[in-house]
Design a protein around this ligand. Sequence first.
Ligand code: NDP
Length: 439
Amino acid sequence: KCSSPAQTEFYQAVEEVLSSLEPLLETNSRYQQQAIIQRIVEPERQIMFRVPWVDDNGNIQVNKGYRVEFNSALGPYKGGLRFHPSVNAGIVKFLGFEQIFKNALTGLPIGGGKGGANFNPKGRSDSEIMRFCQSFMSELYRHIGPNCDVPAGDIGVGAREIGYMFGQYKRLTGRYEGVLTGKSLLWGGSLVRKEATGYGTVYFAEYMLDERGDNLQGKRCLVSGAGNVAIYAMEKLYQLGATPISCSDSAGTLYHEGGIDLRLIKRLKEEQRCGLDEYLDIYPDAIHTPVADYPKDGHAVWRYVADAAFPCATQNELTLGDAQALLANGCQLVSEGANMPTTHEAVDAFLAAGIAYGPGKAANAGGVATSQLEMAQNASMQTWTFEQVDLRLKQIMKNIFISASDTAKEFGQDGNLVLGANIAGFRRVADAMIEQGVV
Ligand code: NDP
């Protein structure tokens, strides 16, 4: 029953989860008796607030801020903050809803939440970003804490923004505590957190291929996005002997036949924060396709011949037309670094074709899992080495793969990791909710 018709992405996410829960709900009446579905689709709490700030010209700007505390059955709310002009209540709810099951799949004690603002960081100076982050935290601080809600980064929120928000939290509360993850390594961050989502997505792909007697060595891979997740997915692909041949940003797609020069991408995106078209200044043989020239039914990034695809930019960036093009070009694997990047119809096309398909809530859970490892280090006042954290990340991704894969088999749908991940995540949360009573 649709009570918030404008929240398209939220309904899309709920529909995907509920449709794959059918085999579980048919055989387990207790979830219906306990009204788990009605309770789980309703956030425990939604906070919406005004974020006023002053730009460099002395003008007052006002944005909308959000934090959705969706489900705390398994632990403190955990999930990122997104700063992007497209952010609205429906986007934050879809992300928070997905986060519940993703966090459950990690096996770690974390509940689901998400937040952000419709703020566009593009073209803003460092001091504007700082003033925005301080204003955002001036309201958010009263709702969060190391044992109740621990936000992290997402699109538009990296170490710089986390730093400004942490500084403001500390000033307002007088407490130095692990209230945010994705912090700088200088003051409480965890090694591997920056790399974790991208690395984890590639580890997940390797586990999917391993089950099919294959691996990533020598594979040509399409990657979308050129932010935190995409960059470290490309880095891990190179480390495992594969070649990323594309990436993209909000302005267009870059294709480089011989392999993307990752050092250059890091410089363009992490340091200079500029567009991918500047890559052509160094490599005139690469191809840059602006968004205006994308195919009508999809995105240029998925129209090249490749063995595997890693969507790492944003939601609904891989359409049915894109899926058909990938399959026609021989693509054998899709592992999602982004949240819900593949439309419903495109997911169905991948499942029907029987290729290895890793849905975001399983394949990109490495980021939040490593955030929880950051919380554990903060709480115990310890710092673990890169190798220690990376080893745990790998093990967590393996466990997620096994859990989704075994659950799919249990329900007679071998290889359907969408169904496996949704049921495995749901069962853990629902069982905890039942044990905690009607709250
Ligand atoms: P970043 O902001 O670092 O990078 C996002 C990238 O995607 C940028 O290259 C950006 O382009 C591009 N992009 C963003 N919005 C659009 C759009 N509407 N159309 C086309 N391109 C777009 O974000 P992350 O890398 O952190 O996040 C990427 C995805 O991964 C998101 O779906 C996020 O929810 C998901 N995710 C992130 C995690 C993390 O740990 N960071 C954890 C789990 C999931 P431009 O450079 O032009 O801005």
